[in-house]
Design a protein around this ligand. Structure first.
Ligand code: GLN
Length: 494
């Protein structure tokens, strides 16, 4: 039998239904894998083995009674941005490192209601700000992948680096993640996993630590497109507790997986052919076009003329919202408090020692662009650009069903390579932020290996609330690419 930790969610579901193994066995296999790997990879910031085994036993009991839910018995890792009742939730920030929420996020509550098992909380960039998982208070996450012939550590992408590393290294069958400017898709591309950012409003944001509320969206990281559809089906819901959550039925996403792409029109945006893009990325993109054409899709060149303004406007809107969202961390109600001689100095001391450098940079930028003299010049202007970006997509989708682009301009980079240069780091999101600015769904599917032997991803962007087309096209790419590569296990021996 295959190793239990190597199964997809779909196969684990089959195995559990056939009673080939129990949920407790499946969970124990993952707990052992985490134990062996976590020192080297640092994917989990909190392991919850006792809770996992309790949940597993309860799940076995439900299966025995014939009451299995949609994700029954599936062991998952949870990004530490999702509040989990009575389980420490930190957003990987010192300011929250003693915070234990008295409530559960809607997305995780939905997962437990569907029968899933929580293995622990996954590392991420502090408050989800970053592209390499090097800003976490709990230290860097290491990519399980390495360049051929080298054992230098690579970054797993960010901010959901714990999620992507854990899924790639078989430390869970799937993971939750969040994406504000690319934090699900970029780490998925860097680790050979599937990362889906659903349409804004598809999953409730209630109980997820807020970064930039008009951009944040929860989604899954998995090892297959089918698993992504299975997880999204369980995560999504209309939630009256989140005013931006969409009051729409949750379709049977899995039914879209395997439907052919014949008759679909796929747009190729010329503005995504950027300077400095690695030649292998361009080659992969062309390969993606060939795969989809061979399967009966029509490919069409399109233009998204405001693409070049997406990053600069994102880096105004996101910090503006972050500065406002993070104002609540003042030492009064949550987590850390550093005393001072009066209340103002208590705020200052708490925020000075509680936030890391990247978070402070965002708060400073955000406060600046929202300040009286600069609001119109920066924030309002960025909002107008955002409307233009959205309009580009609206126009494009009049003639195409989905858009194909690379996920990232280059494969996973080395640890430390960009951490000293915020602009270099921000450039990583060049192909992903537009999607958040427009509120659209996007999926990254592993499609090949770089010249260095590390994974590369292709991104499919869809119309709002049309994740089904993403699953169709994503599955066609997955099938054509036949991406079977997995990282060599060096970590459990390290
Ligand atoms: N890398 C981007 C940033 O740092 C996106 C992060 C995210 O999607 N959470 O803002």
């Amino acid at each position: 039998m295959t190793n239990l930790t190597d199964l997809t969610i779909a196969d684990a579901r089959k195995g559990l239904a056939a009673k080939s193994f129990s949920v407790v066995e499946l969970t124990e296999a993952h707990l052992a894998a985490i134990k062996a790997a976590n020192r080297a990879l640092n994917a989990y910031v909190l392991e919850t083995p006792e809770r996992a085994l309790d949940m597993a036993k309860a799940s076995d009991a439900r299966i025995a009674k014939g009451e299995a839910g949609a994700l029954e018995g599936i062991p998952l890792g949870i990004k530490d941005l999702f509040c989990t009742k009575d389980v420490r939730t930190t957003a990987c920030s010192h300011i929250l490192d003693r915070f234990t929420p008295p409530y559960e996020s809607t997305v995780t509550a939905n997962l437990w209601a569907a029968g899933a098992v929580m293995l622990g909380k996954l590392n991420n960039d502090e408050f989800a700000m970053g592209s390499s998982n090097e800003t976490s208070f709990y230290g860097d996450v290491v990519n399980p992948w390495r360049r051929e012939g080298s054992d230098a550590p690579l970054v797993p992408g960010g901010s959901s680096g714990g999620s992507s590393a854990a899924v790639a290294a078989r430390l869970c069958l799937g993971a939750t993640a969040t994406d504000t400017g690319g934090s699900i898709r970029q780490p998925a591309a860097f680790t050979g996993t599937v990362g889906l950012k659903p349409t804004y409003g598809r999953c409730s944001r209630w109980g997820i630590v807020a970064f930039a509320s008009s951009l944040d969206q929860a989604g899954p990281v998995t090892r297959s497109v089918r698993d992504s559809a299975i997880m999204l089906g369980a995560m999504a819901s209309h939630d009256p507790k989140d005013a931006t959550s969409a009051d729409l039925p949750v379709p049977d996403f899995e039914a879209a997986v395997g439907q052919d792409v014949k008759g679909l029109t796929i747009g190729i945006p010329k503005e995504y052919r950027v300077e400095g893009m690695a030649p292998e990325i361009e080659a992969l993109w062309q390969q993606g076009i060939v795969w989809l054409t061979e399967r009966g899709a029509t490919v069409k060149d399109i233009s998204l003329p405001h693409t070049k303004y997406a990053l600069p406007s994102y880096y105004i809107v996101a910090p503006a919202e972050a500065s406002s969202n993070l104002a609540r961390y003042d030492g009064v109600r949550y987590g850390l408090r550093e005393p001072g001689k009066d209340v103002l100095s208590m705020y200052e001391n708490t925020r000075e020692s509680g936030f890391g450098a990247e978070v402070k940079r965002r708060v400073l930028i955000g406060t600046y662009v929202l300040s009286a003299g600069y609001y119109d010049a920066y924030y309002l202007k960025a909002q107008k650009v955002r409307t233009l970006i959205k309009r580009d997509f609206d126009q494009a989708f009049e003639g195409v069903d989905a858009i194909l682009t690379p996920t990232t301009p280059a494969p996973a980079f080395a640890a430390g390579e960009k951490s000293g240069d915020p602009l270099e780091m921000y450039l990583n999101d060049i192909f992903t932020v537009t999607v958040n600015m427009a509120g659209l769904p996007g999926i990254s599917v592993p499609a090949g290996l770089s010249l260095e032997g590390t994974p590369l991803g292709l991104q499919v962007i869809g119309r709002a609330f049309d994740e089904e087309t993403l699953f169709r096209v994503g599955h066609a790419i997955e099938d054509a690419a036949g991406f079977m590569a997995k990282p060599q296990d060096w970590w459990s021996k390290a």
